[in-house]
Design a protein around this ligand. Structure first.
Ligand code: NAD
Length: 332
């Protein structure tokens, strides 16, 4: 039986991994703490390690894992900016991920965030529960007829674009690797990044975190946007320079922000910190703004996505040591 040390687990991870077909043939060692060089020794005796978005799988951590005899690092997510893949290869560790579990889950959450923020559903919900039936301060805008800018038309961005097209919006997109046939069919128009910034009423980010996309939205690019623009980010927190975003919100240049990811989310998101003092001043400030809506990296959290993550991860773990290749498209 293969032993797997699973880091940064929550009850839903344990449930879906244990219940995945074949999961009973794996000795799961669930840890609630994250993986780092300091916690890597907890993988002693395991042939594989399973991690999520905020585990710190840097060279120092990988060296400890390799010395312990770990042969596979299985990411139960798509993004891998937290993993030193080159170091892993050099140390002989295979790295697999779940490249697509449910792009619909993330796309639908993106739309839910925008609709909630624009129509102030979160504020209305609280008011009505207090028997405050006043509508003052709850004015939104029609999405119909507005221009939506989609940055990154991969698996998730394309679905978001299609959903917004259904609202009767004009959808602009930017991607260094465009999908022209899809754009024609779905009525989406590719433009350069500056045009998208200047023309869009809503801008939604769907690019991975890469050196080129780090702080894609910064003082300069935020200034190029339309006054009153709404910004949505369900991709990676570091795509946005938080300080510049706060400045643009204070000026009123940015009219609304919906975030499922945050630049410094590590150690905060996924945790119950109620009853504690929040030490992140920028996040504290953002949480006081009435036109900012934040969820805690939950866009992926649907039954379908959790099942698929567990299925692909379990299948790859069971392949380890059989001599067969890992599932197509999952190896980094
Ligand atoms: P994908 O790889 O299918 O698509 C990414 C697209 O971004 C590609 O088409 C690529 O060409 C494009 N791109 C790269 N650099 C760009 C740039 N500078 N400008 C514009 N486009 C650029 O990825 P995906 O599966 O659609 O995921 C998109 C993002 O969503 C990733 O950052 C991923 O980590 C994130 N994500 C978040 C959650 C969540 O729960 N919030 C869940 C899954 C994925």
């Amino acid at each position: 039986m293969i032993e797997v040390a699973v880091y940064d687990t929550k009850p839903y991870d344990r449930q879906y991994l244990s219940q995945a077909p074949g999961g009973e043939r794996i000795a799961w060692r669930f840890h609630d703490f994250r993986l780092s060089a300091e916690t890597a020794p907890a993988a002693k005796g395991a042939q594989a390690v399973c991690v999520f978005v905020n585990d710190q799988v840097d060279r120092a951590c990988l060296e400890v894992l390799a010395a312990l005899g770990v042969r596979l690092l299985a990411l139960r997510c798509a993004g891998y900016n937290n993993v030193d893949v080159i170091a892993a290869r050099g140390l002989g560790l295979a790295v697999v991920r779940v490249p697509a579990y449910s792009p619909h889950a993330v796309a639908e959450h993106t739309v839910a965030l925008l609709l909630t923020l624009n129509r102030k559903i979160h504020r209305a919900f609280n008011r009505v529960r207090e028997l405050n039936f006043s509508l003052s301060g709850l004015v939104g805008f029609d999405l119909h007829g507005k221009t939506i800018g989609i940055v990154g038309t991969g698996k998730i961005g394309r679905i978001v674009a299609q959903i917004f097209h259904g609202f009767g919006t004009e959808v602009l997109a930017h991607d260094p690797v465009p999908t022209p046939d899809w754009a024609v069919i779905c009525g989406v128009r590719y433009v350069d990044f500056d045009t998208l910034l200047a023309a869009s009423d809503v801008i939604s980010l769907h690019t991975p975190l890469l050196p080129e996309t780090y702080h894609l939205l910064n003082e300069r690019t935020l200034a190029r946007m339309k006054p009153g623009v709404f910004v949505v980010n369900t991709s990676r927190g570091k795509l946005i320079d938080t300080g510049a975003l706060i400045a643009a919100l204070k000026l009123g240049h940015v009219g609304g922000v919906a975030l499922d990811v945050y630049e410094e989310e590590e150690g905060i998101f996924f945790e119950d910190l109620s009853g504690q003092v929040l030490h992140d001043d920028e996040l504290s400030l953002l949480l006081t703004f009435p036109n900012v809506l934040i969820t805690s990296h939950q866009a992926f959290l649907t039954v379908e996505a959790l099942r698929e993550i567990a299925r692909v991860t379990t299948d790859n773990l069971l392949i380890l040591g059989t001599g067969k290749p890992f599932l197509a498209g999952t190896t980094l």
